[in-house]
Ligand binder design. Structure first.
Ligand code: ADP
Ligand code: MG
Length: 511
């Protein structure tokens, strides 16, 4: 059995790494020899069953077979209503699609390592909520992995850079990937990593920069006398998307490039200069700046306080990103780890730490000193109470956003009726007192002994290190616990559903 691996399950690209006995962290190439694998699945129907294909070939098929290709499934994680139906008529949840990608990554790692892989740490954006984290864990289980932890991507990135003992101080992790933007401020001390604040935008990434280029190309084609309804055709858009992404990557290294388009039987050539591309995407870049400044100000810090600047995610290769962030921080970004590798490498380190702590051994890489990782909650957690004076529902936040985890906070309430038989604990996520502006993640009915109206109850919420929520209700009349439970999650699969999905996915042949 191989050592536990680290998996960066990205919106657009995924990567796998392992810590070698030498203390070096290595990216494990996939079966095609690539360091990163597009998180794209093509469903090829073979008679009545599906044979999914994952990776670069699947990504290329997006243009020719858009209906058979699933991309960006990470954006659907935690959405129980989302389904993909293949041509053979089979339906897949977001967890199952992710599991298909994970199964391919696992099998590729086994090919390189020559040993079976079982244990893994999988990374998630820091702002992923409870449902999305749980869905990610389930995806791992469905793929046949034993998920040791889900780890925040910025923490993983810092871990990969944090090897160097001189990397003390305040660290800004700016992660602009394909589909998400994630910014985290943390402090590295002799003892470990301390996350001070984090935020993200689920709908901002390289994809949105590609979209701007697609619109730009369509406009230029129209100016040259081409059709005006180019973007109404899904196949045309998919083909534009491939070209736009290529052009974007070219503009990272060269100052001008050109895209060739055939439409309505004619050929068009659209040239694009880097300055033009930067101009049409300036607002996207500014959104990352605003969010970064928000995180800094929430933590009471300024650009000048940053000691280390870590640029993570493929989109930080765009020169405008580096220029902006380096200019604002007044210092160069650390370049010791490639932006596409950092998260998987950190996950591999975390995976090895987890194994070492289970086996009670020290890791050679840390000179016997395993760094402590302390993370913060990405979402406030609350409970819905009935206000006894107004009879209105109010949301009381029990664990505020950006609280260090593991965390345990309590509040108290009271029964609202004589001989009330049950109390319904409705667990919410969000920071607003108005229940309309928070998400109810689940609820639980707890039986009560008979009391007159107004009997005091204690409600304790605990966040474990994976940011999974536990709730305890205490009868404060007798000071007895009425039970601790995990929330019945409205947005997640049940244990049985996970088992069924596991049988379904592990029996698929994934290419
Ligand atoms: P994610 O973690 O969201 O899956 P990655 O961190 O792998 O994504 O980044 C993927 C994004 O980076 C894609 O949008 C891709 O187009 C972009 N990208 C990769 N290389 C370059 C480059 N050289 N120049 C500009 N963008 C790039
Ligand atoms: Mg990423």
């Amino acid at each position: 059995m191989a050592r536990a691996i680290g998996i960066d399950l990205g919106t657009t690209y995924s990567a796998v790494a392992i810590l070698l006995d030498s203390g070096e962290v290595q990216i494990l190439p996939n079966r095609d020899g690539e360091d990163i694998t597009p998180s794209v699945v093509l469903f090829q129907a073979l008679g009545s069953h599906d044979e999914p294909l994952v990776g670069t070939m699947a990504k290329h098929s997006a243009a020719s077979a858009p209906d058979d290709v699933v991309q960006f499934v990470k954006r659907q994680m935690g959405d129980p209503g989302w389904r993909f139906t293949s041509t053979s008529g089979k339906s897949y949840s977001a967890e199952e699609i992710s599991a298909i990608i994970l199964k391919r990554l696992k099998e590729d790692a086994e090919l390189v390592l020559g040993e079976p892989v079982r244990d893994a740490v999988i990374t998630v954006p820091a702002y992923f909520d409870d449902a999305r984290r749980t869905a990610t864990k389930h995806a791992g289980t469905i793929a046949g992995l034993n998920v040791l932890r889900v780890l925040n991507e910025p923490t993983a990135a810092a871990l990969s850079f944090g090897f160097d003992a001189s990397a003390k101080g305040l660290v800004l992790v700016y992660d602009l990937g394909g589909g998400t933007f994630d910014v985290t401020l943390m402090r590295i001390t002799d003892d470990g990593f301390d996350v001070l604040g984090t935020d993200g935008d689920r709908m901002l990434g390289g994809f949105d920069f590609d979209n701007r280029l697609i619109e730009h190309i369509a406009e230029k084609v129209e100016e040259q006398g081409g059709p005006s309804d180019l973007l109404d055709d899904a196949v045309q858009v998919a083909s534009f998307r491939e070209k736009a992404e290529m052009a974007k990557r070219s503009l990272t290294t060269v100052a001008a490039t050109a895209v060739h388009v055939s439409a309505g039987g004619a050929q068009y050539r659209v040239s694009i200069e880097r300055a033009e591309f930067e101009h049409i995407t300036k607002d996207l870049l500014n959104r990352t700046k605003d969010l970064t400044e928000f995180v800094l100000s929430e933590a009471g810090a300024t650009w000048a306080d940053i000691d280390h600047l870590l640029l993570v995610g493929g989109s930080t290769r765009m020169p405008m990103v580096r220029e902006l962030i380096e200019c604002l921080a007044g210092k160069p970004a650390n370049r010791s780890v490639r932006p596409d590798d950092a998260v998987a490498m950190g996950a591999a380190i975390r995976a090895a730490m987890e194994e070492a702590s289970n086996a009670d051994t020290d890791l050679a890489v840390f000179d016997g000193q395993t760094p402590v990782i302390s993370d913060v909650t990405s979402q406030g957690l609350g409970v819905i109470f009935i206000d006894s004076e107004t009879d209105r529902e109010i949301n009381e936040v029990i664990i505020p956003r950006n609280t260090k985890i593991p965390a345990k906070y309590s509040t108290s309430g009271a029964t609202v009726q004589d001989n009330q038989k049950i109390v319904l604990v409705r667990v919410t996520q969000g920071d607003d007192p108005n229940p309309d502006y928070v998400v109810e993640i689940g609820s639980k009915k707890i039986s009560l002994p008979p009391y007159p109206k107004g009997a005091p109850l204690g409600i304790t919420y605990a966040y474990d290190i994976d940011q999974t929520v536990f709730v305890e209700v205490t009868d404060l009349t007798t000071n007895q616990s009425l039970g601790t439970f995990e929330v019945d999650r409205l947005a997640n699969l049940t244990d049985e559903q996970v088992e069924t999905a596991k049988t379904k996915i592990t029996s698929l042949s994934v290419q």
